[in-house]
Design a protein around this ligand. Structure first.
Ligand code: NAD
Length: 386
């Protein structure tokens, strides 16, 4: 068997109703908590106030930073970090989708270190130290897996660059995954975040850094996505399918924390950095079909294994033919969940594809793709995706 190592320090509290334990969980890590969320809105149905009350009832003082935004920026993190310092927070609670949880992680770094979070990106010499505040995460999407990863994705609009802090100190100490919180996600957010789960599991599975452990979890996550994602997009009140998607999100997050992502995420991050109005899952969905066609010949058996989870008719087919069929099956799946997008539809200007291609090769993710892309390859993928 392939030698591997696996690391996961986050305590996971999974299940319906587990949100009720959040106060006790937070109180184990501090007594002054900065709660990080997006601005309150009717669709959250009082969730933020409820969490604030639960944490306060556990004897923890709470200050609420409600300035997180989708694709959080350095400016947003700066404001959150100032608030954490002024309040003398000793624990940060990220409540929401990946954007809120990543903001919480980034605030935990910036509030305790000189400079800004941008000075602590994964490739910089300066890295977070143990002064970093402990983070607790409560996820409301399924999702980014951020509740179990050591990653905080941040966008610097001045540089049109979306990059990440990647450090074991920002693994949430504990995460609450309560599928009841995901019931309020609209169909569009459900589909977009659900496709991110697919992408994490798929890219972990085809990643040369994968292991028998992550492969096992990735295939389970993909099997769940195949069945349950169309079900929750159709009916957001399907509690069992929501629960299964929350589990798939968690499994896929555990995968990427150990194997990492590949070319689609490299390109998707570049799209998000250039065009912050594009949701992370949308950026991925727009480029996936072209990347599948570009890649299937390199790892045909893996493509076939994934394709069989999405369409049983591939079961009796072998070799390259099964891999080709898998590409078509996955493209049809995107259509089924309403994510058959193109870069053109997402208002990405054609004239900027070359610059976008260059930016796609800045993060190291593309080097972990089974077929390592050149600039020319990426331009072609982007053109096909437009
Ligand atoms: P998000 O956090 O940006 O949320 C998307 C929208 O859905 C927002 O408007 C939000 O308010 C709303 N929303 C969230 N939960 C809801 C609910 N339960 N009911 C109603 N509305 C709800 O979306 P996301 O996809 O979870 O996060 C995307 C961010 O996470 C991106 O910046 C992406 O790059 C990053 N990301 C991080 C990691 C990681 O490991 N840290 C991995 C993948 C992606």
């Amino acid at each position: 068997m392939k030698p591997f190592q696996y690391h996961q320090p986050t305590e996971i509290l999974f299940g319906r109703g587990r949100l009720n334990e959040v106060g006790h969980v937070v109180s184990r890590f501090g007594c002054r908590c900065l709660l990080v969320t997006v601005p309150d809105a009717p669709e959250f149905r009082g969730l933020f106030g409820r969490v604030r009350d639960l944490v306060t009832a556990a004897g923890v003082a709470v200050s609420h930073f409600d300035g997180a935004i989708p694709n959080p920026t350095t400016e947003v993190v700066g404001r959150g970090a100032r608030m954490a310092r002024d309040f003398q927070a000793d624990v940060v609670l990220g409540l929401g989708g990946g954007s809120s949880m990543d903001t919480a992680k980034a605030v935990a770094v910036e509030a305790t270190h000189p400079g800004t979070v941008w000075d602590y990106l994964f490739f910089r010499e300066s890295q977070p130290t143990p002064k970093t505040l402990p983070v607790v995460a409560v996820t409301t999407t399924s999702g980014t897996g951020s509740h179990v990863t050591q990653v905080a994705v941040v966008t610097n609009p001045a540089e049109k660059n979306k990059s990440a802090v990647f450090h074991p100190l920002i693994f949430p100490r504990a995460s609450v995954v309560d599928p009841e919180l995901m019931m309020t996600m609209p169909a569009g957010v459900t589909a977009s975040t659900g496709f991110d789960v697919f992408a994490h599991a798929f890219e972990s599975y085809i990643n040369p850094n994968g292991s028998p452990y992550t492969d096992m979890m990735a295939l389970e996550a993909l099997a769940i996505v195949a069945k349950s994602l169309p079900a929750v997009v159709r009916n957001g009140r399907d509690a069992e399918a929501r629960e299964r998607m929350a589990w798939a999100d968690t499994l896929a997050g555990l995968c990427i924390a150990n194997s990492g992502v590949t070319l689609p995420h490299g390109i998707g991050m570049a799209v998000g950095g250039f065009y912050p109005h594009v949701a992370h899952g949308q950026a991925l969905a727009a480029v996936y079909p072209a990347i599948l066609r570009y890649s299937y010949q390199t790892v045909p058996a893996k493509f076939a294994a994934v394709g069989r989870l999405f369409d049983r008719r591939i079961a009796g087919v072998r070799g390259l033919k099964a891999a080709v069929m898998s590409c078509a099956v996955l493209e049809r799946f995107l259509k089924r969940i309403g994510m058959d997008l193109s870069l053109g539809r997402l208002r990405v200007p054609k004239e900027e594809l070359e610059a976008l291609a260059l930016q796609s090769l800045v993060l190291p993710d593309y080097r972990n793709h089974p077929k390592v892309a050149t600039l020319k390859d990426v331009v072609k993928i982007l053109e096909e995706s437009h």
